[in-house]
Design a protein around this ligand. Structure first.
Ligand code: G4P
Length: 532
């Protein structure tokens, strides 16, 4: 591939930010964008006076409930890198969506509130990251507020998440006494003076450890002594910095700062960009690792979203480019259907702003107008190619409800709406085993998705529904292809259903019944995942 293409690909850094709600993900993203010149003033991402939402929140429900449901992509340039930030939904009920988004990221930034340590949602999202072994970089935020002891914070990450930590800098105090950080790599102290919220960056001052005069004036003897003791302890006990371990997802570099006051953000960003890898090779179904630099254009669909913009009433497939370069005149092959086509209106999406792309490179994400042919996990590549990427597994839903339509005259809109939302992967729909679409059972991973379904059917399809909760919590796909479902002997709490491809499934109230049913039907093979 030409040098120019290689250069472009090597500039790419594609990552997701994960955190517990309120830890400061939006504020940090906003400051990143500020450094990249993508926005002029911090605060324009999240209008304070208006609803609590960021540039990346576009759906009505997100604005109403103040939670991030969908994901979007922000691209900007900084320090000769082209950065793609993938926004992930903040609420745990959307962890399936997060998982898909993380499939498109090469690394993750984990934001932790210094006064709270690791919180429930951080733990859940972290688990999703470890499934992919991607590098994780930690930013401990809100140091301008009273923080937990620094060693305790590191222990908390190690014990709670099971990943070794390597502090790249060390905070001097917290809250009102937060003076700055000690940069372990540079061996100097960076102090900071309070900033004005918004455009102004904090005034940073660099102090050498031997500069007694400055240390006395700006830090004070006591705080300096404490720092020296802590560094000594750390040098003796902490994990050594090891870039290979970082890139293997076994060690997380830790940085401290305050996103709100804009301190420590740039140090974090520039170091992170040096440590994070450019796009890495992805494995195809045949086990071949597709090199981003040595292969023509390939991409996979990780997300489908309909009706993002009411004015457009469209459906967009989000693709992550895995190798090579895409240009607007190119014909591509959709591997699953065998169709060769031009992608329609490939665009970069930044909230509801859309920019038509004329070219894009491995590492980039593009949104493509989808006439209804793409499914999550599909591969798109050059026409002569035969690459197929591994699909994205579907999470087993844990909550089920029967869907009843209020106005049965609107049957057509109802079926269209619920089918489209299911194709996006937000919900899964099933039918009674011996019935058609008149009885629909919907399964979700998190209960909030029920609300989203109800809301979207109403606002996008003008259909009212009533959800009747069902007691099932366990779902199993029947893997045997030659099974006679009517002769299957189950337990009294078991329900036979089928998915939209007529594949048989079983629902159970408890795990015990799953084992019992397997015992009673020799040769029965049940799977927790739907293999795509
Ligand atoms: P999230 O996306 O992770 O949910 O968090 P977000 O950035 O929205 O931040 C949550 C709250 O924490 C916001 O306050 C934000 O201003 C504040 N915050 C973020 N970073 C820092 C920090 O470094 N120090 C301090 N002290 N606060 C921080 P809010 O009152 O909920 O919103 P707003 O009124 O400031 O918009």
């Amino acid at each position: 591939m030409s040098n120019n293409i290689n250069e472009e690909i090597n500039k790419r850094r594609t990552f997701a930010i994960i955190s517990h709600p309120d830890a400061g993900k939006t504020t940090l993203t906003e400051k990143f964008l500020l450094y990249g010149g993508a926005i002029n003033m911090a605060g324009s991402v999240k209008g304070k006076a208006t609803a609590k939402h960021a540039v990346s929140d576009w759906m009505e429900i997100e604005k109403q409930r103040g939670i991030s449901v969908t994901s979007s992509v922000l691209q900007f340039n900084y320090d000769n890198c082209c950065i793609n930030i993938l926004d992930t939904p903040g609420h745990q009920d959307f962890s399936e969506d997060t998982y898909r988004t993380l499939m498109a990221a090469d690394s993750a930034v984990m934001v932790i509130d210094a006064s709270k340590g690791v919180e429930a949602q951080t733990r859940k999202l972290f688990k999703v990251c470890t499934m992919r072994h991607i590098p994780i970089f930690t930013f401990i935020n809100k140091m301008d507020r009273d923080a937990m002891d620094t060693f305790d914070l590191l222990d908390d990450i190690e014990n709670n998440l099971g990943i070794a930590t390597c502090p790249m800098n060390w905070p001097l105090g917290s809250g009102k006494n937060f003076k700055g950080i000690y940069d372990r790599h540079e061996g100097h102290i960076v102090t900071f003076a309070d900033t004005q919220k918004g455009t102004k960056e904090g005034t940073e001052n660099f102090i050498d450890l031997t500069d007694k005069e400055q240390i006395d004036a700006q830090i004070g003897e006591e705080a300096f002594e404490k720092l020296q003791n802590e560094i000594e302890l750390l040098d003796g006990a902490g994990a050594e910095y090891d870039l290979d371990a970082v890139r293997a997802g076994e060690l997380t570099p830790v940085f401290f700062g305050s996103a709100l006051q804009n301190f420590g953000v740039e140090i974090f960003l520039s170091n992170f960009l040096k440590m994070a890898t450019p796009p890495t090779g992805r494995t195809s179904k045949d086990g071949e690792v597709i090199d981003p630099l040595d292969h023509d254009f390939t991409a996979f669909v990780f997300k489908i979203q309909a009706n993002m913009n009411k004015a457009h009433r469209d459906r967009v497939a989000f693709m992550r480019i895995c190798s090579g370069r895409y240009d607007a005149n190119m014909e591509v092959k959709h591997v699953q259907s065998g169709k060769v086509m031009r992608l329609s209106q490939p665009q970069q999406l930044m909230a509801d702003e859309r920019k038509i792309l004329s070219e894009a490179y491995a590492g980039d994400i593009m949104g493509v107008f989808d006439p209804g042919i793409f499914s999550i996990g599909d591969t798109v590549c050059c026409p002569k190619d035969t690459v197929v990427y591994e699909g994205i597994p579907t999470f087993a839903p844990e909550h089920f409800a029967r869907v009843r339509q209020v106005d049965t005259m609107k049957r057509k809109q109802f079926v269209k709406g619920i089918t489209q939302i299911a194709q996006e992967g937000a919900i899964q729909i099933f039918q009674e085993f011996n019935m058609g679409l008149e009885e629909i059972i919907v399964g979700v991973v998190g209960v909030l998705q029920f609300d989203v379904l109800k809301f979207r059917l109403k606002s996008e399809y003008n259909v009212d529904i009533i959800l009747e909760n069902l007691p099932y919590e366990h779902i199993r796909w029947v893997e045997n292809t030659d099974i006679d479902m009517s002769s299957l002997v189950g337990t009294s709490d078991m329900k036979k259903i089928k998915d939209m491809n007529d594949k048989p499934l079983l629902l159970f109230i408890n795990e015990w019944s799953v084992g019992m049913t397997l015992d009673r039907n020799k040769g029965l093979v049940l799977s927790e995942f739907k293999k795509n």
